[in-house]
Design a protein around this ligand. Sequence first.
Ligand SMILES: [Zn+2]
Length: 239
Amino acid sequence: MEAKRITKQMIDSFLDTLFIPNGSCPICKRVLFFTEAFLCSKCVSALESIKGDHYVRAVRETDDGFSAYAYEGNVKNIIHELKFSREPEFAVYMGTLLGEQLLNSPKSWLLQEADMIIPVPLHEKSLQERGYNQSEKLAEGMLIVMEKRGFSIKPSLEREILSKTKETLHQRDLGRDERLFNLLGAFEISAREKVKDRKVLLVDDVFTTGSTINVCAKALKEAGAKNVSFAVLAYSQLH
Ligand SMILES: [Zn+2]
């Protein structure tokens, strides 16, 4: 009896180290292993990938760009979760996936050679409603990956340089001309001297028409940035 009890205790404690209590993958519902966070490894590797980088051409003001996924299937749900789940750690986790994908790609220099990462900002009102800026959390995740991989020189994360001073409508609901008008004068740059002659990596969650990135990049270039590129979690082809 005693031996049986000890064995059961051992198995229980083994299981405790293997599984996170109540942690299951939101996609396939499988209980997560302790090595996994938020999503199981099988679902992560099955996330909708993207072929080519044709979307880069849609953004005239940037020098280059990278998207980790296509805005389809489970990725769509993930982007929604990033914005509305009120769980900033999930956005940081998705940022680690974006960082991994970028560093494993031929465009790894976009992150490695950047002097600074600037997350696409939210308007103060949206920030208060949401509690965090998902793009900033993505950027934090990307820097965690660099830290883990032992990069001695990392870009700085600049949260204050670019701000959104005008409330805008959802770009997705507007036509092409309306989109540009909607964003006109929406972003402002403080501390222009900080971006002068520097290489900037803009980070955002989703790239739809590229107008937001384009407007931000234009403002940064006008402030004297030497190179402005972007990294996004997902590219949407629905336009
Ligand atoms: Zn799963």
